[in-house]
Ligand binder design. Structure first.
Ligand SMILES: Cc1cc2nc3c(=O)[nH]c(=O)nc-3n(C[C@H](O)[C@H](O)[C@H](O)COP(=O)(O)OP(=O)(O)OC[C@H]3O[C@@H](n4cnc5c(N)ncnc54)[C@H](O)[C@@H]3O)c2cc1C
Length: 202
């Protein structure tokens, strides 16, 4: 149970804990969040249930059951999760939807800054926040949503530019990290909104 009143807001930190931000899952949403928040000075811990992969342990075919399926009870620690319901087995690849973004708590699970309604210290940043089937592969959209959500976080110790949870949505500028870790021009280099196109904030 999380007590919203005692949940620290972004930027505040909390000396009771060894870490400022706990990221559960190092997928497209989690890894982007961890990178960008560490660039903003937060102490970030990532919990990941899957194994570290190398070229050798990546399955070349789905018939490599041990490395393809995730079913720990069967000794399979692969990439594809399966869900067993009473009458159906679900193998899903594009895990999207379920935690809709909304400016009204009766219409969605998270606000436009990815804060869970009623628990503003808790964020959801992954495929579940994509509201509809894209019709194309989703990981770049998940990555873009994570970049957007993390761009609004303040650097640690600075004022949070986002409206207090529950207040109406406002369009705000992204906050550049004080300690960018990815060199400009590298694949994961941060492009802030104002540096796209002709330089206007879009
Ligand atoms: C076989 C396959 C092929 C695909 N091919 C493509 C493709 O070509 N292009 C494309 O765009 N998309 C592809 N996808 C889809 C894409 O991989 C997913 O949409 C994307 O990974 C979802 O990103 P995410 O951040 O929501 O979560 P994920 O990337 O699924 O990350 C979630 C992470 O959380 C971890 N985790 C889960 N539960 C816990 C827990 N309790 N504690 C700790 N860690 C936990 C998981 O191990 C995982 O690492 C493919 C998916 C599969 C399965």
């Amino acid at each position: 149970m999380i007590d919203p009143a005692s949940t620290p807001r972004a930027g505040e930190g909390d000396s009771r804990y060894d870490t400022d931000v706990l990221v559960i899952g190092s997928g497209f949403g989690g890894s982007v969040s961890a990178l960008r928040l560490s660039e903003k000075g937060y102490r970030v811990t990532v919990l990941e249930s899957g194994p570290r992969r190398t070229e050798e342990t990546l399955p070349k075919t789905s018939w490599d059951i041990r490395n393809f399926l995730w079913a720990p009870r069967l000794g399979c620690y692969g990439i594809q999760r399966i869900h067993l319901l009473r009458d159906v087995v679900i193998l899903a690849a594009h895990f999207i939807g379920g935690c809709t973004i909304s400016d009204d708590p009766s219409q969605g699970a998270i606000d436009p800054y990815h804060r869970v309604w009623g628990y503003d210290g808790l964020h959801i940043v992954d495929g579940s926040t994509i509201s509809a089937n894209l019709g194309v592969n989703p990981s770049l959209t998940i990555t873009a949503q994570a970049e957007r959500a993390m761009s609004f976080w303040p650097n640690k110790g600075e004022p949070d530019p986002r409206p207090t949870a529950g207040k109406p949505y406002q369009r705000i500028s992204s906050v550049a990290p004080h300690r960018p870790a990815v060199p400009a021009g590298a694949p994961a280099a941060l492009l802030t909104m104002s540096r796209i196109g002709d330089g206007r904030e879009v």
